[in-house]
Design a protein around this ligand. Sequence first.
Ligand SMILES: *Cc1c(COP(=O)(O)O)cnc(C)c1O
Length: 437
Amino acid sequence: MLFSSTRNLATKVGLSKALSDGIAPDGGLYVPERFPALQVGDFEGVSGLPAIAERFLAPFFSSDPLGPHLADIAADAFNFPAPVKRVLVAGGKLSVLELFHGPTAAFKDFGARFLAACLSRIPRADSRPLTILVATSGDTGGAVAAAFHKRPGVRVVVLYPEGLVSPLQEHQLNCWGDNVSSIAVRGNFDDCQRMVKQAFADRTLAHAMQLSSANSINVGRLLPQAAYYAASSLDLWRAEGACPGYVIPSGNLGNVLACLWARRSGLPVGEVVLAHNANRAVVEFLATGEWQPRPSVATLASAMDVGNPSNMERLRVLHPEWRDLAVQVSAYSVDDDAIRTRIAGDFTVLGETWCPHTATAAEVYARLPADSRRALHWVLVATAHAAKFREIVEPLIGEEVELPPALAGLLALPAHHDTLPAELDALRDYLLALRNP
Ligand SMILES: *Cc1c(COP(=O)(O)O)cnc(C)c1O
């Protein structure tokens, strides 16, 4: 299987190259040149996330040097579960797909671990360590740090905006040590992203070290996410003989693309519904056909505060016609008041504790037409553990949220970070000094 750029479908590269480059040379995003025509029968006798992932991903790995390593990669990357748990509601069948059982308690762990498992198996001509630079607004940096921690031949440098991430997120960025360094930048997230881009374009750095990125647009983050949709939809299909529908908390649209790729590849995925916070660009596009990216607005579901989702390019390659796209998916927007009310209400009525992102999906489910709720078994995609956002959730439910063991373990570790002004010169000196400790 080859991968094309969204901006030029004639560009074709192998999987290893798409993973190592991250972004296509023309600035586009890599997408599979075509999708496999899998059938439920192709998975006969195969169960459990690692095994289903291996079978599902085999066509995407075929002909690539990573192909023979796929079984090891799946075992290495999918070493924590993605359980589907039933939620007892009136008037329909509802389950929740829990994607928060990884080391940093959000679904970003799937993409980051899989990418790390792949990148560490791609032979490199250059014997110098690979330095992975990540700008993060909170969740991604921790997942990448966790995934690459102690992997030989790789160094991770995380940039985050000083004072603008939650205390728990900050600790999760700063507790690794060894081959992971973290920098609090005196600026905002956009400054961090700009510094990373400038570092990639900097000649001195290009000469001195091998830089790579692990940002959310890498196709190596979408493939493992498609695998958990494959596994969960197969499980429900096997149990009930019907395709489940998914309600997906959405920001940059990576999780949505992964679900649509699984469906396009033949997996038993039914309707797909996007749950957005007050950032409404995608909802408006589906309603009007006019694409109007917006500056992002801050909400309680902060990991979804995206006004110009980068994966829109991939969505439009998958469904070039707006009218067709509007049939393939639907989208709703939920404001902060509704998120608060949903967290408090579902805790009282259902005994469920949602993070603010998962709560947008729960709210959207409640807004679906009643006959649509009855028609399918719906799956809410739970993107993070509520404990990660306890300063929001605890006052709403009036109780403490217990930390999952992985997070509690991280919080017990000592933390260290460096601080830099939001300037390329400072970052360049920092990186050059890392090279010569
Ligand atoms: C990143 C993130 C999202 C948004 O996912 P996209 O793939 O960007 O649409 C939702 N919830 C949480 C907790 C996240 O970290």
